[in-house]
Design a protein around this ligand. Structure first.
Ligand code: LLP
Length: 438
């Protein structure tokens, strides 16, 4: 078994996840389905941990990327911590039995209930995003006889050069606290009687394809600590949390790996002299998952356009319609090899067996296009198609729009697989409403 494609491989013209034929999974589980490779998840976790070994980071997997309990369990067993962004995510990780001292909590709008819930469970740290939130944590911690450990999330006004909708570190973004306000907060930290300042957090957006923004961010943090804080303030900066955003390849193109990030980031962390927290999400899980769908109909317009209509839709995978994201797609069984790198619509490869298609779902929106203008092998009704690199922000962003039950999730480990979330039923979809009918 080769690991060259993150544990998803074509063998004898057929797609496998680890040592299991994807077709066999779908025959049992039905379609559409998200399929994750346990060993791919672990390999990515280990790759990032080893790359940053020198600074021994607390790696907090970003739960928003994939919050399935079994995925959390795989990572927790491997020693991961977790970055949560809501009471619901915190509930999930606690359910799995994650040690609270490995949980960090981010988000601009933590409610009093969420703060109380996190304090009750003694989480490691809040990443605080405003003076008002800091005051609220202080007040609630005081009323509970607890202490709130916090890192201040800085908004360093850096353009991470990623999608507009996933950029978080520019000054006009809602995230974080500007340096001047952070400086004031740190100077007056003794006024917050129930707060322990532990450090600084910076997350610039995602995915970030170069190390430049991380370097810029850490240089600004260094300058801030050195030039703005007094000795007591400096002592409060025991941790630097460098967030997530580490890229992976969606199209087969070569991109930076954790070691490349570490080469530029580790020296700056050492210069800062802090302990490190990291919050990778997509790097660990995106390429460890695929979305499987079955072709329902083929429609060819007289003017030539071919639509492959499949049973997955924008409600199952929102990224293409939200961000114009490109996910590689390929039939599960085909004698046409998948190109190493996804070809843009206008460029045809040399393979004459490819034709230009749109792969679309059944949802009643023109934006329900999962793959636009792709050179694709001939597929028939009933054929299976895999959408690659969908393990991150795939299922977690899915919805039941058009009253479509959400898909099941399957975890593969070697030559076995198991359902880790069952497919929703129609009955699930009306639970919570039906009692109000009469
Ligand atoms: N830390 C914080 C504070 C974050 O806000 C995020 C992602 C991460 C870590 C993890 O970023 P990652 O390593 O996964 O790139 N739905 C979008 C992505 C939104 C990211 C939100 N925050 C997408 O599908 O691309």
């Amino acid at each position: 078994m080769t690991t060259s494609f993150d544990f998803f491989n074509y063998l004898n013209n057929e797609l496998y996840c680890e040592d299991v034929k994807v077709k066999e999974i779908i025959e049992k589980a039905g379609s559409p389905a998200y399929i994750y490779s346990k060993n791919s998840i672990l390999e990515h976790f280990i790759e990032i941990r080893d790359a940053f070994e020198e600074v021994d980071p607390l790696i907090c997997f970003s739960v928003k990327a994939n919050s399935n309990l079994s995925v959390i369990k795989v990572l927790a067993d491997a020693g991961s911590g977790f970055d949560v962004v809501s009471g619901g995510e915190l509930y999930r990780v606690l359910k799995v039995g994650v040690s609270p001292d490995k949980i960090v909590f981010a988000g601009v709008g933590k409610t009093s209930e969420e703060i109380k819930y996190a304090l009750e469970n003694d989480i490691f740290m809040f990443n605080v995003e405003s003076p008002a939130e800091l005051a609220n944590i202080d007040r609630i911690a005081g009323s509970m006889g607890k202490r709130g450990r916090v890192a201040l999330r800085i908004n360093p006004d850096i353009d991470a050069k990623t999608h507009d909708k996933t950029t978080t570190g520019k000054k006009e973004n809602k995230f974080g606290i500007d340096f001047e306000s952070a400086s004031q907060l740190i100077k007056n930290i003794d006024n917050y009687k129930n707060i322990d300042l532990k450090g600084i957090h910076v997350h610039l957006g995602s995915p970030i394809y170069s190390t430049g923004p991380y370097v810029q961010g850490l240089e600004k943090v260094y300058k801030f600590v050195q030039e703005t804080l007094d000795e007591k303030g400096k002592q409060g900066i025991e941790y630097v949390n460098i967030g997530g955003g580490y890229c992976m390849s969606y199209t087969g193109e070569k991109v930076k790996r954790p070691r490349d990030y570490a080469a530029d980031i580790v020296p700056l962390i050492k210069k800062l002299g802090c302990k490190v927290v990291m919050e990778p999400g997509r790097f660990i899980i995106a390429n460890a998952g695929i979305l499987l769908t079955r072709t329902t109909y083929i429609k060819v317009a007289t003017w030539g356009k071919k639509f492959v209509i499949c049973d997955a839709a924008m409600n199952d995978l929102a990224r293409p319609s939200l961000y114009d994201a490109v996910h590689r797609a390929w039939p599960v069984k085909t004698d046409v090899p998948m190109p190493e790198v996804e070809l843009p619509g206008e460029e045809k490869g040399s393979d004459k067996r490819l034709e230009l298609v749109d792969i679309v779902g059944p949802v009643c929106e023109s934006s329900d296009v999962l793959a636009k203008e792709r050179w694709f092998p001939d597929v028939k009704e009933g054929d299976l198609i895999a959408f690659f690199s969908t393990g991150a922000y795939g299922f977690t962003m899915s919805s039941s729009y058009n009253t479509r039950p959400r898909t099941c999730e399957i975890l593969v480990d070697g030559d076995s697989f198991s359902t880790v979330r069952r497919r929703e039923t129609y009955e699930d979809l009306i639970t919570g409403e039906k009692e109000f009918l009469d």
